[in-house]
Design a protein around this ligand. Structure first.
Ligand code: AMP
Length: 139
């Protein structure tokens, strides 16, 4: 599969598009999802040029999992949800809408349904407020 660097996450990684950034290292970038399925929905992007997990190196996958666990810890500490969903989609048939590998960290709360996937824009001020809480909890 050939990777197209002009997708929105490629642009965010190159600072050509805005994002609410939470954490960055050599191999990954964590941001807030702008259409959150629940309050505190975060994304961990690989810096490898890969559309699906099948084009990634094992080291790149390991780096994503390290950052994903780190962000999930911070989400749990900052927001105290009862559960945390972690997921990643490969291919449109699986539900992937942005062709650049990323992992979802989605807080789950008892009795609360998830909002539709990639459907409704979140409130910018609310996203920034939650991002600050998560950043403070990052270790
Ligand atoms: P996926 O179906 O796994 O490819 O999901 C892509 C995710 O990226 C969805 O949850 C979208 O809400 C989210 N998303 C799309 N555009 C942006 C953006 N510019 N900044 C942050 N999140 C985004």
């Amino acid at each position: 599969m050939s990777y197209d660097p002009n997708n929105i996450f490629g642009k965010i990684l190159r600072n050509e598009a805005p994002a609410i950034r939470l954490y960055e290292d050599d191999q990954t970038l964590a941001i807030m999802d702008i259409m959150p399925q629940s309050a505190g929905h975060c994304l961990i992007l690989t810096k490898e040029p890969a559309e699906t997990i099948f084009e990634m190196t094992p080291e790149g996958v390991a780096a994503c999992m390290r950052t994903t666990q780190r962000v999930a810890h911070a989400v749990r500490k900052a927001l105290s949800p009862e559960g945390v969903f972690i997921g990643q989609f490969n291919g449109a048939a699986a539900g992937q809408t942005v062709p650049h590998v990323h992992f979802h960290v989605i807080p789950r709360r008892q009795g609360e349904d998830l909002k539709m996937h990639a459907r409704e824009m979140g409130d910018q001020a609310e996203l920034e407020r939650i991002a600050e809480q998560i950043k403070q909890a990052l270790e």
